[in-house]
Design a binder for this molecule. Structure first.
Ligand SMILES: [Zn+2]
Length: 161
């Protein structure tokens, strides 16, 4: 897999950030989590292993878009630029958007923009894979496909077909 082409628009469980987003640097958490797992006793870890923000000395948090403090670092912005460039360069070609398991926590990030691209770009098709939220904007129902499945099952099906 080409990691530089994977844009984790909602962040990553593999990175942590300041819980209050006081600065825009992310930290890989693999070693931190591994050390916590190695030292946990009945699901408790020593206080000394709780990550502390190097700037404000507050709590750290996984880098997930779940509140107003989500950190978009330089890498996030570079990947966002690549994504936008890809869309601009390909919007007049046949474009297939595959949306996997997107709900309504932050529909303005993936769900609604995909529907908007499907509506506006003549040769764009949307495949929405979801086991719970299968609704679709009426205006694109003839250009979109709904797949009632969970993402893991859908991907395994693709890989094994
Ligand atoms: Zn901080």
């Amino acid at each position: 897999m080409q990691k530089e082409k994977v844009f984790e628009v909602h962040g990553s469980l593999a990175k942590i950030q300041c819980a209050l987003g006081c600065h825009d640097k992310l930290c890989d958490d693999l070693e931190i989590v591994r050390e916590m797992l190695d030292n946990n006793i009945d699901c408790h870890i020593p206080t000394s292993l709780v990550p502390i923000c190097p700037v404000c000395k507050g709590k750290m948090e996984v880098n997930l878009r779940k509140d107003a403090f989500f950190v978009e670092d330089d890498n996030w912005h570079n990947l966002n630029d690549n994504y936008e460039k890809f869309i601009i360069e390909n919007k007049k070609k046949k474009l297939l958007l595959i949306e996997l398991g997107v709900a309504y926590n932050t529909p303005s990030i993936i769900r609604f923009p995909f529907e908007k691209m499907c509506l506006r770009f003549k040769d764009t098709t949307l495949i929405r894979v979801n086991d719970k939220y299968l609704d679709m904007a009426f205006e694109i129902q003839d250009k979109a496909m709904l797949v009632h499945d969970d993402c893991g099952s859908f991907i395994n099906g693709l890989l094994n077909s």
